[in-house]
Design a protein around this ligand. Sequence first.
Ligand code: PGA
Length: 269
Amino acid sequence: MTGKALPIIIAGNWKMHHGVKATAEYFQKLNRLLSAQKALGRALSEGSVQLIFFPPAIDLYTAYIKTKAMPVATGAQNIHWESKGAYTGEISVPMVKETGGGYALVGHSERRLIFGETIEMTAQKLEACFKGDVTPVLCIGETDNERSAGQTEAILSRQFDGAFGDISLEEQTRLHIAYEPVWAIGTGNTATPEDAECACRFIRERLTRRFGSRVSRKARILYGGSVKPGNAHELLSQKNIDGVLVGGASLDPESFLQIAGAALPRHPG
Ligand code: PGA
């Protein structure tokens, strides 16, 4: 490995927003905006900042075509653990790869809470991603009730431990985990930078215990939950926050790029 700094990850989860036409328009606008932001463009080309877009599955190919010439990545919001078969409504890792997708969200709280995704399913999905050469972003986080009951660390441990089976050393170099407290998602109640840092530090320690310090240092730990242009910089200044997963504020390319701008060092050129 070179001594190259690891990227700050700015990821946009569009959820069930933007169809094919809106996706094409989004990336046209993003391209226009990016060409006027030299410092950010440089950071993306050099790899010190990485933008990842998670549009609805039906938009993935359009997103790929529109971003082919741009230094950004795309991925799926959800995948199935089998590569093909009788699974109506699902998409697989090889299908995501074919559309140019390099990432997949796994275990987003909306999947867990609305669609009944279990911890065992997240483990199968992670394994399928690693095998299929798609980088998973495992989402973990506690609900409001669990937080009030002082169970945050217990929940994070359960979701973390349950998701990782026997993964190989090679796979361990691609660990991405998003701490997303459920009470902060879509509510405007962002976790304080201190609370977000505390949970992300806990995840880093968990990674160290499970995989060793080399792997945990290289892992990317993201915070998600009501991230906006106004709070991104403070969140990204925390020692153990290596990026953000943005829902609502990623739907407009302008606000998403403002958040990405918060990942740049102070005095951009
Ligand atoms: P939000 O969503 O930024 O709208 O709170 C974040 C997420 O669910 O990933």
